[in-house]
Unconditional design. Structure first.
Length: 112
């Protein structure tokens, strides 16, 4: 019983570290918890190819151009990948802490 607790705790830690290594070296993909939806926003001015008539239309056109430039700088799936890696890291930290606790319980029983 005691040996099972120690071995299972160590196996949980080793599996979680190996899985993290595989994910962070791009051998496997992180579980997709967060997904992005691609939205295509087409302003009325780009459809008509006319110059803006007032300040409100000019501001909308400027916002559209800024969004287009930001989309070129930051890929659309970057944020979701970042959140997926962060959530995976939190999950692995919980597994490592749990595996360590299971092993400590086994060691305490063994000493007891």
């Amino acid at each position: 019983m005691v040996g099972i607790l120690i071995v299972s705790g160590i196996l949980i830690i080793i599996w979680s570290l190996y899985s993290s290594y595989s994910i962070f070296t791009a051998k496997t993909k992180a579980p997709e918890i967060f997904k992005t939806q691609n939205k295509e926003i087409v302003s009325q001015n780009t459809l008509n190819k006319t110059k803006p008539a007032n300040a409100e239309e000019l501001q909308k056109e400027m916002e559209q151009k800024i969004n287009d430039q930001l989309a070129n700088i930051i890929p659309s799936n970057f944020i979701s990948q970042l959140f997926n890696l962060i959530s995976w890291s939190i999950f692995v930290a919980i597994l490592i802490l749990g595996g360590g606790k299971i092993s400590v319980i086994g060691i305490t029983i063994l000493k007891g």
